[in-house]
Design a protein around this ligand. Structure first.
Ligand SMILES: [Zn+2]
Length: 576
């Protein structure tokens, strides 16, 4: 491709609307343009990246036996009503009516449609397992679309669905997908981790998320410094500290006038925050109250609490609401003698001895409190937010924290959708059974954005070679000079012949503009043809990622450049 013919309007400045680096650079490099909030057009360079990611995904899906189909974007409401998700999805689902008043949705996902698709014709265990996948646009009406391709409303996804006869088949399908995903993100040149994840609205029990490690990520990932354990902070757990061996002391009420917060209590009584138990009061349901006991230095994990309370409708008691519960003394609530609240204790309290709690009396706390002696706990649970420095739940290691961008998720769904549709097959023993399903997604456009979040510098994008729009840019600094033009054309032609993807910068622009654009768009290798080339008889080549510069004699240039590209490609290749 010749740059002079390419539609790639690059920008010098970042548009004000862009907050994250991938959004800024995609706009500046002339790869995407905004159509509406969270809705973008891919320009030629951007679309080449998408097509390359898609191709890697296709190859790996086909390798594990996936078969590609294409389902419609527009989906009738009926199938969604059958699983109850028409209501559950809420305003995130884009809905519309046709001219006859029939309801439709722009598909945010395709579990319903794919189950309805196969149920009449996939009737025998002999046809199982079956994995179908598609690569297609999805629509989610995000409340605040932002960050460009990271959180768009319309985005490209690969979604796959497996239909299995039994749990063993499901586990095999899931494990194949796990391997395929690992290969896909490795081939895309991304530093990623597979982590245990929450299942949310999709359903099912076992799920892993593939996250690309990047500071700008929205997911906090906790991972072990010694073993493979890794989980999002929504569900991460920790091994409890060893039980305290202190001798139990009798409890005692002490005056703490005006002293309320954990920090204040810690300073006033001269005890570490880890020897204080705070009692957090949550309101949920109509007017029910939960008192959650947790170690003083900890935060409650509201995802875990939500699962425990069985609702997302809960909040910390606030402001004038305290007036509705006169038996609760704001700032001094504690478990000893507490009435009118469901008491939930974080399991870490069980290993603590002689701790401090509120006395349910203004200006007082109780010291040397012990479970069993001073109050009883009926409901133990893990409700804490696990953090860096906590112990690994699976080994003696310590957890570390990092940030990640979720780019893929795999679920063992079970029979949620087949039950809802009555979608069954006849098993070997003649019995009629529901399919056991798995569902597996990859955000294709998000993968492109996350590659930029992970690979960039002040000058622009640094594409991994496998997903770069072109592998080499040939910069002819003065294309209007015959000798330079002739060398540039020859190298470009030679690379094309060797199936190296090259972009010839033949624009009549300043050398500075050509260097800046090449760095900005992020071609892995830059070949520079200028006055120096003519003088020295050597061609200069720069590696975008490292800044490393090489010189090759002109007559060997094409072979040497092609060889370098092939080595760079191979660094991301995997054993078959
Ligand atoms: Zn570990």
């Amino acid at each position: 491709m010749r740059f002079s013919e390419l539609y790639a309007p690059t920008l010098k400045e970042s548009p004000a609307e862009a907050e994250v680096i991938s959004h800024k650079l995609l706009l500046r490099a002339g790869m995407i343009r905004k159509v509406a909030a969270g809705v973008y057009t891919f320009l030629p360079l951007g679309y080449r990246v998408i097509r390359k990611i898609e191709q890697i995904i296709r190859e790996e899906m086909n390798r594990v036996g996936g078969q590609e189909i294409l389902m419609p974007v527009i989906q009738p409401a009926d199938v969604w009503k059958q699983t109850g998700r028409w209501d559950q999805y809420g305003p995130e689902m884009m809905r519309l009516e046709d001219r006859h008043g029939r309801e439709f949705a722009l598909g945010p996902t395709h579990e319903e449609l794919v189950t309805a698709l196969v149920m009449d014709e996939l009737r025998s265990y002999r046809q199982l397992p079956l994995t179908l996948y598609q690569i297609q646009v999805k629509f989610r009406d995000e409340i605040r679309p932002r960050f460009g391709l990271m959180r768009g409303r319309e985005f490209i996804m690969k979604d796959a669905y497996s239909f299995n006869a039994n749990i063993e088949q499901l586990q095999a399908s899931y494990s194949n997908m796990y391997d395929a995903y690992s290969r896909i993100f490795t081939r895309c040149g991304l530093n990623f981790r597979a982590i245990q994840a929450a299942t949310g609205l999709i359903g099912g029990k076992v799920s892993q998320e593939f996250t690309v490690l990047a500071e700008s990520g929205e997911t906090t990932v906790l991972y072990c410094d010694a073993c493979n354990y890794a989980a999002s902070d929504e569900i991460a757990t920790t091994r409890l500290p060893e039980p305290s061996t202190e001798a139990i002391k009798p409890s005692e009420v002490v005056d703490t006038p005006g002293v309320k917060s954990v920090t204040e209590v810690s300073t006033f009584l001269n005890v570490p925050e880890t020897k204080i138990v705070k009692t957090l009061i949550y309101k949920y349901g109509a007017r029910e109250i939960a008192a959650v006991l947790i170690r003083g230095d900890r935060d409650v994990n509201e995802e875990k609490l939500s699962a425990l309370l069985g609702t997302t409708d809960f909040h910390l008691l606030a402001g004038i609401e305290w007036g509705d519960y006169p038996e609760l003394v704001q700032g001094y609530v504690g478990p000893v003698g507490l009435k009118g609240a469901r008491l939930i204790a974080d399991n870490e309290i069980s290993v603590m001895r002689n701790f401090v709690v509120g006395a349910n009396k203004t200006g007082a706390h109780i010291i040397s409190v012990n479970v069993g002696d001073d109050f009883q706990v009926q409901e133990w649970a893990d409700v804490k937010l696990v953090k860096a420095g906590d112990r690994c739940p699976e080994c003696d290691g310590t957890l570390l924290a990092t940030r990640g961008i979720e780019v893929g998720q795999i679920f063992q769904l079970g029979t949620k959708y087949s039950d809802a549709f009555g979608a069954t097959f006849v098993d070997e023993d003649g019995e009629v059974k529901p399919y056991i399903m798995g569902t597996y997604g990859i955000g294709v456009s998000r993968t492109a954005a996350s590659a930029i979040e992970q690979h960039h510098d002040d000058n622009g994008i640094i594409w991994p070679i496998s997903i770069a729009p072109y592998e080499v840019s040939v910069l002819v600094l003065n294309y209007d000079r015959e000798e330079q033009k002739e060398i540039g054309d020859r190298i470009y032609g030679g690379l094309e012949e060797r199936d190296i993807e090259a972009l010839l910068d033949d624009r009549i622009e300043s050398a500075g503009k050509k260097f800046a654009d090449s760095d900005l768009v992020g071609f892995p290798l830059q070949v520079i043809v200028g006055a120096r080339t003519i003088k020295s008889g050597n061609i200069e080549v720069k590696v975008r990622a490292t800044g490393e510069r090489m010189e090759f004699p002109l007559e060997q240039a094409v072979d040497k450049i092609a060889g370098t590209v092939i080595r760079m490609r191979e660094s991301l290749k995997l054993e078959a």
